[in-house]
Design a protein around this ligand. Structure first.
Ligand code: SF4
Length: 293
């Protein structure tokens, strides 16, 4: 009896390559959609991509470079890293990587580490001041060099986590927008990874073997409140897969008339029969009100 040879399982490497290809396609699609939905990049833009050496910013740069080749508009990309002089920062890693890509880049050297460690008492989280100083240095560089857009590597899960941080700890329905004008009105900041899951970024970073530099060389711990929120989101996602995506979608579908902010929706005018309404705060507070007789 002839025994048919068993079909060989596909080589694992092939399967991995196919999955990576699919993931790359998904990332390009999601980033492209965010760019289109929010008008992030237009013809002639000079985009400064902030590169920290973490998986998010490497992925951002990688996908933007891929999209740049096919984009119907012409825009330039410059990768900018801030060397904050943290102890043990491997200063050669990013320049070596960027040179190997042939990308235009610049490293700003500014010792924010000394400032932060001097100002923040030992044992306290340094991230908030550190990020503020980093933002200041990057924005200043962008202004000096005429960049029209500053691209940051925040992703979908950062947007959702920031929303809950503001909700739980600042009593605000507000988050991290995919595109914003900086406080001084001088910079347009874009977050092209706004639709991308952190898991996908981690998988992509691993597949592409980016030379990751940890962000805790300074020894600082992640902010406790953020950790709490991340833990909550992880638990929700485990219990009900897809919940974080649902929340992320909700952030783009806001109904001011179904909330309770009179600054966003004119509740006073709603159903008012005619003329101006009396100041309800005044008469409810006990002030007399002249009623026409
Ligand atoms: S972990 Fe360190 S380098 Fe990273 S943001 Fe916090 S203080 Fe800054």
């Amino acid at each position: 009896m002839n025994v048919l040879p068993l079909a060989e399982p596909p080589p694992r490497a092939d399967q991995r390559r196919r999955e990576q290809h699919k993931l790359g396609k998904r990332l390009r699609h999601q980033v492209g959609r965010a760019i289109a939905d929010f008008g992030m990049i237009e013809d002639g833009d000079k985009v400064m991509v902030c590169l920290s050496g973490g998986k998010d910013s490497y992925t951002l740069l990688d996908i933007l470079l891929q999209l740049q080749k096919k984009a119907p508009v012409a825009f330039s990309i410059t990768a900018v890293n801030l060397d904050q002089k943290q102890p043990g920062f491997p200063a050669h890693v990013l320049p070596d990587y960027l040179r190997s890509l042939g990308v235009d880049f610049h490293v700003i050297e500014q010792d924010t580490y000394s400032v932060v460690s001097r100002v923040i008492p030992e044992g306290k989280t340094m991230c908030s001041l550190c990020s503020r100083l980093r933002r200041g240095a990057l924005y200043t560089y962008a202004a000096q060099h005429g960049f029209t857009k500053i691209a940051l590597g925040h992703h979908r899960d950062d947007l959702v986590a920031t929303f809950f941080l503001n909700l739980f700890f600042h009593a605000k329905l507000s988050g991290m927008p995919p595109k914003l004008l900086s406080d001084d009105g001088r910079h347009v900041v874009i977050r092209p990874l706004a639709y991308v899951r952190e898991d996908d970024i981690a998988a992509h970073a691993e597949a592409r073997a980016f030379p990751i530099i940890p962000c805790n060389l300074c020894g600082s711990q992640e902010n406790l409140q953020r950790k709490q929120v991340m833990k909550m989101l992880d638990a929700w996602e485990r219990e009900s897969p897809g919940r974080v995506e649902t929340i992320a979608r909700a952030l783009g579908d806001i109904r001011p008339s179904q909330l309770s902010d009179p600054k966003l929706f004119d509740f006073l005018a709603l159903g008012a029969r005619d003329g101006a309404l009396p100041d309800a705060h005044a008469w409810l507070g006990g002030e007399t009100h002249d009623r026409a007789t």
